[in-house]
Design a protein around this ligand. Structure first.
Ligand SMILES: Cc1cc2nc3c(=O)[nH]c(=O)nc-3n(C[C@H](O)[C@H](O)[C@H](O)COP(=O)(O)OP(=O)(O)OC[C@H]3O[C@@H](n4cnc5c(N)ncnc54)[C@H](O)[C@@H]3O)c2cc1C
Length: 475
């Protein structure tokens, strides 16, 4: 055994935590394992759409890293740079800048959402990448409905009630389905909001949803979503985003006060630092690796997950940037690293995808598992069973199961959570929300006339012909 004792992993996502757990089992305790990540938890991204639709609480889709690991030392810190020659990295921590020595260093720091993909996206669209994004979108939905209760201009009300999702991949389809379910189940708490005033539109630039799945499943998803009242705009590209408007490539303008963007990633900023300081080879922002996931030309460095470009020997193609591949790479890298330390030969990454599935709303899903395609309720149940199984730690699994079960009997949560501290209670919050303190006497205000309330018709406003969201409470 060589004296290469310090194994440091950067990133506490799917790849980093799976690797640490696998190494804990494979390596003797003489090896020191350290995981550095800038958040104290790992986010179960495939369930972020469920947070948007309040099917689960945000805490249910995140797992504290310290509870996932047994003997790996966890350091909450943001890695700033790597000094390869001296075998150490620098990171900012709660205790200031720290240096951590390594013998082996694994890059597993993922990617970021790309808000520069389409002009105006950063200013006017909401990304869905972090749990904070999901909670923000959920709050925005509740806020739009609360505002609709107070507005009387039908055009403005329609704009507020229109939610546009950009991207018809897994996250886009799941978010659109969740939003439709959420709006249907919470509308009864907003009695002045008419069903016809609410709409969800899904924009996708190709002709088929879920292009990673067989065409028949993409079509099944589209059929179900259209029947549910979701407006599908396939083969439609967004040209730019403006305030409350998406301008399409053909010049058409779609008005909607909330735009959720599920497309586009960009490299983690650390990649640029490593390119500059280590002359690390990358392609399209992903770190180039050898077939065994070691970094090209730099012994002791390894890369896995979304930040790495890893060839898959089973298909002769690049690995997909998905959780499934991140986990498979982490498991194999653990064996490769253990083998390397025992001076055995490492193996090229090889993985046969087991399939994919998506929840499409109203207790329906589409799935392809081991080449077998199915849709509807069975696919939705399989989706839930899989994610329950995959959710790390028994505690989180039980909480998730309890939450899903309880939500069948109780109304969906409509808490618009504001993290206001006592010291901030008198300040005007950003984003146009009302302050907690009473306004100064004489402050100008738009008067809400009694007829504004009573005048809001019980029958729908005259509306442009468009499908409306159908269905009532969902599970
Ligand atoms: C909304 C959404 C839905 C998805 N749905 C699915 C799905 O259904 N199925 C599927 O297979 N995949 C899905 N994915 C993709 C999947 O989440 C990713 O492929 C997977 O998370 C990649 O794992 P990773 O460990 O490489 O990166 P991440 O999970 O992104 O983890 C990276 C970690 O590195 C940390 N980090 C970043 N920079 C630093 C730094 N400088 N210093 C220290 N730590 C740092 C981050 O905090 C994070 O913990 C989805 C993704 C999103 C956003």
């Amino acid at each position: 055994m060589l004296a290469e004792n310090n194994i440091v992993i950067i990133g506490g996502g799917f790849a980093g935590t799976t690797l640490a757990q696998a190494l804990e089992k494979l390596l003797p305790t003489t090896h020191r394992l350290i995981l550095v990540s800038d958040e104290s938890y790992t986010t179960f991204n495939p369930m972020l759409a469920e947070v948007v639709g309040a099917s689960v609480f945000p805490e249910h889709v995140i797992v504290p890293i310290r509870q996932m690991l047994r003997r790996t030392q966890f350091i909450m810190g943001t890695v700033q740079d790597v000094n390869y020659a001296q075998g150490k990295l620098s990171c900012t921590t709660l205790a200031g800048l720290r240096e951590i020595p390594f013998d082996h260093l694994v890059f597993a720091f993922g990617t970021r959402a790309n808000l520069d993909l389409v002009p105006g996206m950063a200013e006017h669209a909401l990304p869905l990448k972090l749990v904070g994004d999901a909670l923000f979108i959920r709050n925005r939905v509740l806020r739009q409905l609360a505002r609709m209760e107070l507005e009387s201009d039908p055009v403005l009300r329609r704009r507020l009630g229109h939610f546009i999702v950009v991207g018809g991949g897994f996250s886009g389809v799941e978010v659109a389905g969740e939003l439709a379910d959420y709006l249907c189940s919470i509308r009864r708490f907003y009695p002045r909001v008419q069903r016809e005033e609410l709409a969800v539109t899904l924009l996708h630039d190709t002709g088929q949803l879920l292009s990673e799945l067989p065409a028949s499943l993409g079509m099944a998803a589209a059929r179900h979503m259209a029947a549910r009242g979701i407006r599908l705009r396939l083969g439609t590209r967004a040209l730019r985003f403006e305030a409350d408007t998406v301008v399409l490539a053909d010049g058409e303008m779609i008005e909607g006060a909330t735009v959720v963007c599920t497309v586009g990633t960009r490299p983690n900023p650390l990649v640029a630092t490593l390119e500059r300081n280590l002359a690390l080879a990358t392609r399209r922002g992903r770190i180039e690796t050898n077939p065994d996931m070691s970094v090209r030309g730099m012994p002791g460095l390894w890369a896995i997950g979304d930040c790495a470009r890893v060839a898959n020997a089973a298909t002769d193609e690049d690995s997909l940037p998905t959780a499934q591949f991140a986990v498979a790479q982490a498991r194999q890298l653990a064996h490769n690293l253990a083998g390397h330390l025992e001076q055995r030969e490492s193996k090229p990454f090889s993985y046969q995808s087991k399939g994919a599935m998506a929840s499409i709303g109203h207790m329906k899903g589409v799935a392809q598992v081991y080449g077998f395609s199915f849709s509807g309720l069975p696919a939705w149940l399989a989706w839930r069973a899989l994610y329950l199984m995959r959710m790390p730690t028994l505690g989180r699994k039980l909480r998730l199961w309890a939450e899903w079960t309880l939500s069948m009997f109780f109304p969906t949560d409509i808490t618009h959570l504001r993290f206001t501290r006592t010291s901030e209670a008198d300040e005007s919050p950003p984003d146009g929300l009302p302050p907690h303190r009473p306004q100064a006497p004489g402050a100008s205000a738009t008067r809400i006339a009694t007829h504004d309330f009573s005048g809001i018709p019980r029958t729908p406003y005259a509306t442009p012909a468009a499908p409306t969201l159908t269905g009532d409470q969902h599970a």
